[in-house]
Design a protein around this ligand. Structure first.
Ligand SMILES: [Zn+2]
Length: 282
């Protein structure tokens, strides 16, 4: 079993390397609902949530991806200086590596969960992880607790802390008008063990990692959403949906069954991975 889990780790490392080029490669920005846009790179989604009182940006992609995000925001006709808040899904370099630059260029207030704060402000993975990557630290201006809302210009974004992937992994839930229909939209935090695939058992820096994952799966199974948006586009087939929309499909991003399916699959993979690690670390 030890060999199997080592192989799984190597496979992760190999696939991560293969994906990395897309994380900092350009992609056209596109609209999802009336006031939600993907302004990210080809391999990392970054979401702009607009309001009449200024805007909110969720994540910043990689350090090299920040320039792409900025160009995409401007291509849509929005101004960087109108971004009032920066928020994050989780403190891994592929999603927050660009935030230091974006904070400098927007002057926005950065809000994050208490449990991700240390990792964000030190630019490190705050866990015994098999993926060691650092990023430019970003100062957290304000923290947000589980269940609390960030409110701006009539938009309410509720923080649902769903730890596991990182200690403070945060999903955000909101309602958004979509061509005359009100949709519940969730920006779901990563649910995979990527970065932790050898560290679910005996993680000294993050002892509660396995329990946290299980609680987050249970929690998210109770949430209802019409539109599910992920930080890695492939997790919710965003590219296919985007292309379907370009080809004239209506409501291409709407799928009320998607969240439960995503969580159920992630939970199955997690339990398999945990079992392997428990068997290889008696
Ligand atoms: Zn991650």
């Amino acid at each position: 079993m030890r060999t199997l889990s080592l192989l799984a780790g190597l496979f992760f490392a190999a696939s991560a390397v293969a994906d990395e080029a897309s994380w900092s490669a350009p992609h056209a920005p596109y609209q999802i609902t009336d006031n939600i846009y993907n302004v990210g790179t080809a391999g990392i989604s970054v979401y702009l949530i607009t309001t009449p009182k200024g805007h909110i940006l969720l994540d910043g992609a990689t350090q090299a991806g920040a320039a792409i995000v900025e160009t995409n925001i401007q291509r849509l006709g929005f101004k960087l200086k109108d971004i009032k808040y920066l928020i994050e899904n989780h403190a891994h370099s592929d999603h927050v590596g660009g935030l230091a630059q974006l904070k400098k260029d927007t002057g926005a207030t950065f809000i994050a969960s208490k449990a991700d704060r240390y990792g964000l402000e030190h630019g490190i993975l705050d866990s015994d992880a098999n993926w060691t990557d650092t990023f430019t630290p970003i100062k957290v201006d304000k923290t947000i607790d589980d269940g609390k809302e960030l409110i701006l210009g009539g938009v309410h974004l509720q923080a649902i802390i769903t730890p596991g992937h990182t200690k403070g992994c945060t999903s955000w839930l909101t309602e958004s008008q979509d061509k005359g229909v009100l949709r519940r939209v969730i920006f779901v935090c990563s649910l995979t063990t990527a970065g932790n695939s050898l560290s679910l058992v005996g993680n000294k820096l993050y002892p509660s990692i396995a329990t946290d994952f299980r609680n987050s799966f249970a929690r998210l199974k109770q949430v209802k959403a019409d539109v599910v948006l992920s930080g890695h586009p492939e997790a919710t087939n965003l590219e296919q949906k985007y292309l379907a929309q370009v080809n004239g499909k209506k409501d291409a991003f709407v799928n009320p069954d998607e969240l439960l399916n995503l969580v159920t699959k992630a939970e199955e993979k997690f339990e398999e991975e945990l079992k392997q690690q428990q068997e290889s670390k008696p």
